[in-house]
Design a protein around this ligand. Structure first.
Ligand code: HEM
Length: 402
């Protein structure tokens, strides 16, 4: 076991790690917290090291070199190198400022009643169905509806969004088979064409925004005299759709899976619905929807046990940091009353998740209402995981509500 673990390589992980990464992460955090992969990159598993990386302005997100090697010239490369998440200032600042303008508390206030309405409508359907797949029939519809509304995506395109999203994000996993690359490229092209058309129509109709429409802010907004080009708009809208719904789908699915596995905590939440506020933080900690991040060291960085030289490629384990016993007593135990809870599912620093507030609101409403309205909700058969290491979620989660 020991030698086997010493040879662990993030770039050669298999289905066991994807199914349950935590035994490996515990071992790494304890015995090899700055773990070297064969390609010279490091994998960090301690909370304080991961935090330090995210808080440092010298750690870079630009992935042009890395994605150039990984993808070559193709739509996936164009997409991932243009979205704000894989860029540094000044381009990152421009896009972030424009998107932030669309995520102000005033704009988010518009979305809360909308989320309430969508959840109620979906739960009426859930009740009629009795037995269902919680992912397909509930978790993935909510964020798709919200993001589509924010960007003004017409009804007829919405059903395809999760497929696009999984195909595009799936290409970011450490190990990517050729058929996944192909699907990812196709998804960027098809999705890009839909957005190109949508943006052109919105340009031609500048006063036609729905309430709170994000697309309007992105097309017509300016930061220090700079507007986004058509290509930048398309790729950042694709990113926004992906960022906003894959993670939220997993968030809702993972949370319900955790409640099914921890009936005492399920009961506690049912008996005291106000606990939903601390419960969502705990769900995000125990099963973080985004598990791995990356940065390139633009300068030397001093960690708890060693200094990494400039040029080191860093993988951060958000999942391991969120179960670090140095920060979270009894870290594998799910405790929906846990406080304080310094979970970092949304990370911190200049790339801190722009949708964190929205995601928390979606989670509180969706999970809170599911638990309250269906006191008998339970797992109803085997579940399957999305086969990715970076994103943790269920592909299927059969449930019964009666
Ligand atoms: C539970 C749900 C979510 C989780 C766990 C999550 C997690 C994250 C994480 C970890 C990052 C930083 C990645 C990095 O820089 O390495 C991030 C960035 C981002 N997220 Fe989220 N996210 C969630 C939901 C959302 C939603 C609902 C939206 C928008 C509708 C959103 C929009 C963004 C954007 C725009 C960024 C890029 C920020 C930047 O690079 O400055 N996210 N998210």
């Amino acid at each position: 076991m020991l030698t086997e673990m010493h040879r662990f390589d993030l770039n050669a992980i298999g289905p066991d790690f994807i199914e349950n990464p935590h035994p490996t992460l515990h071992w790494l955090r304890q015995h090899s917290p700055v773990h070297r992969n064969a390609d010279g990159s490091v994998y960090l598993t301690r909370h304080d090291d991961v935090l330090k990386v995210y808080q440092s302005r010298d750690m870079l997100s630009d992935k042009k070199v890395e994605f150039g090697k990984k993808f070559g010239q193709c739509p996936l490369q164009k997409h991932h190198t243009t979205s704000l998440i894989f860029n540094d200032p000044p381009y990152h600042t421009v896009v972030r400022k424009l998107i932030s303008g669309a995520f102000t508390p005033r704009k988010l206030a518009i979305f809360e009643p909308l989320i309430d309405r969508i959840v109620d409508r979906l739960l009426d359907r859930v009740e009629d169905m009795g037995e269902l797949d919680l992912i397909e029939d509930f978790a993935k519809i909510l964020p798709t509806e919200i993001i589509s509304f924010m960007l003004g995506i017409p009804e007829e395109h919405r059903a395809r969004l999760r497929g696009y999203s999984l195909a595009i994000l799936g290409a970011l996993d450490p190990v990517v088979p050729p058929e996944r690359l192909e699907a990812g490229n196709r998804a960027v092209e098809e999705f890009g064409a839909i957005l190109d058309d949508l943006i052109n129509r919105r340009r031609a109709n500048p006063d036609g925004a729905h309430e709170g429409e994000v697309l309007e802010a992105l097309i017509f907004g300016e930061h220090e005299g700079r507007r986004l080009t058509q290509e930048e708009l398309i790729q950042n809208c694709i990113f926004l759709l992906n960022a906003g719904h894959e993670t939220t789908t997993s968030f809702v699915g993972n949370s319900m899976g955790l409640l099914f596995d921890n009936p005492d905590q399920h009961r506690l939440l049912r008996d005291d619905p106000d606990l939903i506020v601390t419960a969502v933080e705990e769900f995000l900690r125990v099963e973080s929807p985004l598990q791995i991040g990356n940065r390139l060291a633009g300068e030397d960085i001093r960690l708890a046990t060693e200094t990494l030289p400039k040029g080191t490629y860093i993988h951060t384990s958000i999942a391991a940091a969120n179960r670090d016993p140095a920060v979270f007593p009894d870290p594998d135990r799910m405790d929906i009353t846990r406080k304080p809870n310094r979970q970092i599912a949304f990370i911190t620093g200049i790339h801190v998740c722009l949708g964190a507030t929205l995601a928390r609101v979606e989670g509180r409403i969706a999970i809170g209402k599911l638990v309250r309205r269906f006191p008998k909700i339970r797992a109803n058969g085997p579940r399957t995981r999305v086969p990715l290491a970076r994103f943790r979620g269920y592909a299927t989660l059969p449930v019964s509500v009666t």
